[in-house]
Design a binder for this molecule. Sequence first.
Ligand code: HEC
Length: 102
Amino acid sequence: MTLSAASLALAPVSARADTAAVKRGERVVNEWCRDCHVREGETLDPDMAPPYSDIVAVEGRDRAWFEAFLKDDHFPMTTFRLFDHEKADVVEWLMDMQRRGK
Ligand code: HEC
């Protein structure tokens, strides 16, 4: 084995797609965010929030923007808070969607 666990742990997280985190993030979104956000590819219902595919396509939406967004309260979503590790996973999921360009 050429790559030790230690060298993997030192690798910058952003340098490799963390597929486990992406999967966890998707579960969080499916559980907590779909009441209001339409699914990717669905027509935007005026009563619903935009799909994430539109949200990640907006200019300037980088990792830092999403991290800051998830730190603040999300109006009108005031009834619950995500744990920090869930927020991190959601950001991975969003970044993955942005990379795939859809
Ligand atoms: C109670 C309804 C509701 C829920 C639940 C909800 N959202 Fe939203 N969200 C909205 C609305 C409405 C908007 C659009 C208005 C706005 O931009 O503030 C929005 C916009 C956003 C935006 C983009 C903001 C922008 O300025 O473009 C992000 C990112 C987002 N939501 C993330 C999430 C995540 C992640 C979850 C689940 C943890 C979630 N939302 C759950 C209602 C909701």
